[in-house]
Design a binder for this molecule. Structure first.
Ligand code: NDP
Length: 259
């Protein structure tokens, strides 16, 4: 079978968190497949590096901190005409901070996760959605996590933010019935990116530990999954998809046996 490498031709994609990991990988894949891509993130030097690597007129980079309404407004203001009709929204920007138990966690870390993963994603979606509805065309890919469904010690607020992403995705589909817009919650297990380095605040040894002795997902795996969702016929909607490495699975319920 010959592979159609121009499957994204004609699309205009906005990718949040395109300075690293999966967002960067998705921005590059969409560009290679013919889309116009607005790649966003907070780190300007990373956006410049992406421009340099891509060397494409179909790439537009914009600084965006999803936690900030003015930053979002500035990002979307004055988009060139051929980048303005966004029909593919990759809500990827997000982070986990810390792995402490709830009674020991930093409240500032919790606030940052909520502001980024919940409020940021919500705000971006609300800004882009009216255009999609008006044009009756759009795909929204929301990066959630298996932590949305399966609890683990120290997952407290991170998992809760991702459960929000999952439920928002499903509720968006409820509101969008009657339109051609598709919404998918992509729920991932261990994937080796800068995620863990961010979670453990630059501690490289702690960041490496979750992946030791096992083969995690890598960015290309996730990019392949998202591409396969976007390539499905227009009448097919994947509500939610869970993807984990083969070497990750579930544990039994924990029991305190001190009694
Ligand atoms: P990375 O840390 O490699 O990338 C995260 C991206 O999010 C960066 O580009 C970062 O850019 C951006 N980001 C963080 N905060 C903000 C902000 N306030 N405003 C705008 N952009 C922001 O992680 P991943 O690629 O692994 O993570 C991508 C998504 O996948 C996240 O939502 C994460 O929760 C989710 N996920 C990851 C898993 C994993 O194991 N890796 C598992 C399950 C879900 P910058 O710092 O430049 O702003």
């Amino acid at each position: 079978m010959t592979r159609d490498d121009s499957w994204a031709q004609g699309r205009v994609a906005l990718v949040t968190g395109a300075t690293a990991g999966m967002g960067r990988g998705l921005a590059i894949r969409l560009l290679k497949a013919g889309a116009r891509v607005i790649a966003t993130g907070r780190r300007l030097e990373r956006l410049r590096a992406l421009e340099h690597e891509a060397g494409s007129q179909r790439l537009l980079t914009r600084v965006l901190d999803v936690r900030s309404a003015p930053s979002l407004q500035a990002c979307l203001e004055g988009l060139p005409e051929d980048f303005s009709a966004i029909d593919t929204l990759i809500n990827n920007a997000g982070l986990a901070l810390g792995l402490s138990k709830a009674h020991e966690a930093e409240i500032a870390d919790w606030e940052t996760m909520i502001q980024t993963n919940v409020l940021g994603l919500t705000r971006v979606t609300r800004a882009i959605l009216p255009g999609m509805v008006a044009r009756n065309r759009g795909d929204i890919i929301n990066m959630s996590s298996v932590a949305a469904t399966y609890p683990y010690p120290g997952g407290n607020v991170y998992g809760a933010t991702k459960a929000y992403v999952r439920q928002l995705s499903l509720n968006l589909s409820a509101d969008l019935l009657g339109t051609a817009i598709r919404v998918t919650s992509v729920e991932l297990g261990l994937c080796e990116t800068e995620f863990s380095l961010v979670r453990f605040k630059g501690d490289a040894a702690a960041a490496r530990a979750p992946y030791v002795g096992m083969r995690p997902l890598v960015t290309q795996d996730v990019v392949d999954v998202v591409e396969s969702i976007l390539r499905l016929p227009a009448h097919v909607n994947v509500n939610a998809i869970e993807v984990m490495p083969v070497q990750q699975s579930f544990a039994a319920l924990a029991v305190d046996r001190k009694a």
